[in-house]
Design a protein around this ligand. Sequence first.
Ligand code: GLA
Length: 422
Amino acid sequence: MRDELKTQSTDSKNARRLASITERFEETFGSPPTFIASAPGRVNLIGEHTDYNDGYVCPVAIDKYLNIAVRKRSDRRVVMHALDVSESWDFSLDALTPIPRQTPAWSRYLIGVASVLQASGKQVAGIDAVITGDVPIGAGLSSSAALSVAATLAFLTAGSEAEVPLSETDKTELAALCQRVEHEFAGVKCGIMDQTISLLGQGNCGLFLDCRSLEYEHVPLNLSDHAIAICNTKVKRELAASEYNKRRAECERGVEILRQWLPGITSLRDITLADFKKYEEELPTLTQKRCRYVIEENTRVVEAVSVLKCRDESTSTKTEIDESLIALGRLMNASHDGLRDDYQVSCPELDLLTDIARDITGVVGSRMTGAGFGGCTVSIVHKDALETFQRRVATEYHEKTGIEPEIYRCHVSNGAQVFWNF
Ligand code: GLA
């Protein structure tokens, strides 16, 4: 088990990370990289499976990154080494498809990014690249979005041969391009949350994102004596991608049926809880459960954000502050319960982790995060309870599953960056 609950200086961690990638690049290609494109994973505090329903989300960028060290080539080839899986691959920017069957999964993302960028008229250059990171793969912390985002910055920066200052609008546009990579090259009809937070994350802030208008707000996380802890079940279910696409279709079906009574709606985002209650009986049972969860979850996100904001602006006493955190915790718990019972994307291991967490004094809330069917939970834990949290979660989860979970304390970080000096 990792002892990551202890605080480390983010700056020194960062410097070490960049130095070690530089060294690996030199070992592989014989001279240092020109720049390093780095994109974080994310943990979603609340608003799960709402993004592709045009709803609200509130994720944070975490201090785990996917890094690509890059040197521009004079030809149109892309030569890559993925250190963490000890695999290499190369391709030509002029012959991206059809993708050979034996192409490794990680490499398909880079081919996808190059293809989508070129198709949208962006200048892309051939590169030598070393890829490495510490976002756990397939753990629900958006390692694939981090890979697409880092690859996007790598290709664009090499293509322009200089630092490209990205405006907020550019970032929103790039998030949509990265989402297309997931749709067209990985077959997952994902929403826009993961790519957006990886690009737009801000230290110690949640990103309150309206996934329809793409308007957003950075909401300061004033958690006072509390920390965000992430627990990895270390399980992932094969059916995750197909069930994900199925949920999306079920929600769309619900909207189609409900449109008979609510003609103006185009997504579940448009339906109030009160309206839903009037017509829910018209829906097949499963569709009804899926829609109820999404509509309730949207209201929980809005409520959670207003709790966070009033903590930020609050001049209230300590007791009142703690009460608002308790409210946030309740919303997180209710989110998990809805995902487990109505949306049915949890699994025994995620339920076990949340049950153990909620039983520990000092934990205000705990829920699964990400698409589900394995992956991670996110919990808000009082700093004094962190050691007990780590010990009890590790022991009790191991006793019941035989698996040693990974437990991290999450430091909320900035979105993707390109580093030139390291
Ligand atoms: C995955 C998808 C996101 C989002 C979450 C569930 O992470 O990539 O778009 O739908 O699942 O909230």
